[in-house]
Design a protein around this ligand. Structure first.
Ligand code: ATP
Ligand code: MG
Length: 231
């Protein structure tokens, strides 16, 4: 049988990770089985334009991610955005990441980037800076999320996004390796109703966030007194 693996596939999981929790980690784990990527990067946002300044510093969020993924050789943390001052844009980070991996894999056409995104974030894509260019840089892998309208195809999307997504939908993950960017796949990941906002609120109210996120991350939060003031 012919080898269908045409492109090296790099998963990129962007987010604020304030803090990282089992919703994020379980999706990343399941996607390593579904997508069979060469590698998966967590890309914590620096100073996102579209939301409040994160409660924890970039350095703390990066450390929490490192703590959460320790020992998993498939995962790593890309801290380029948290090291930068000023607003950060996914489109610029993806351009840089593509550049880096293209060089590594010898040649423009050999790398497929898959941006992993929850349904709540994907539906707001038209608010992102230079968002249409993202389809020329990466595929999108959508994880549905409790409390968000499920996304399976264009029908539930706002018009502008619906148009941009037309003819991009694929039904099997293997197809992501046949093109460097531009496809959309909704992954059948487990729905876990966990959010960082809820964790921050639980901690601020003095209650237990145990079992919503890895114990070592919670210990780090305790030690550094993060989120105690709420937000
Ligand atoms: P916050 O409440 O601060 O927004 P969050 O839990 O949504 O935090 P983010 O860092 O904003 O976490 O999320 C990063 C990415 O992960 C986004 O694309 C988001 O949609 C997705 N995501 C986060 N939690 C889940 C979850 N439980 N199920 C599916 N997708 C999720
Ligand atoms: Mg969020």
């Amino acid at each position: 049988m012919a080898d269908t693996k045409t492109y090296a596939l790099i998963g990129i999981y962007g987010g604020t990770f304030d803090p990282v929790h089992y919703g994020h980690l379980r999706i990343a784990e399941e996607l390593t089985e579904i997508l069979r990527p060469d590698h998966l990067l967590f890309l914590p946002a620096g100073h996102p334009r579209l939301r409040d300044t994160p409660a924890a510093t970039g350095a703390c969020r990066v450390t929490m991610l490192h703590t959460a993924i320790r020992g998993n050789s498939m995962f790593s943390v890309d801290d380029r955005e948290t090291r930068r001052s000023g607003e950060t844009y996914s489109v610029e980070s993806l351009q840089e990441i593509r550049q880096k991996y293209q060089t590594k894999h010898e040649g423009n056409k050999r790398v497929a980037l898959c941006f992993i995104i929850g349904a709540d974030a994907f539906i707001k894509l038209p608010r992102w800076y230079r968002w249409r260019e993202l389809f020329e840089l990466c595929h999108f892998v959508i994880a549905n999320r409790p409390g968000s309208v499920p996304i399976a195809n264009t029908s539930s999307l706002p018009d502008e996004l619906k148009d941009a997504c037309r003819d991009r939908w694929i039904t099997t993950a293997d197809e992501l390796k046949n093109a460097p960017f531009g496809l959309i796949f909704t992954a059948p990941t487990t729905l876990l109703d966990i959010s960082s906002t809820r964790i921050r609120n639980i901690i601020a109210s003095g209650k237990s966030a145990r079992y919503l996120l890895p114990e070592p991350v919670l210990n780090y939060i305790d030690r550094h007194d993060l989120y105690a003031g709420g937000k």
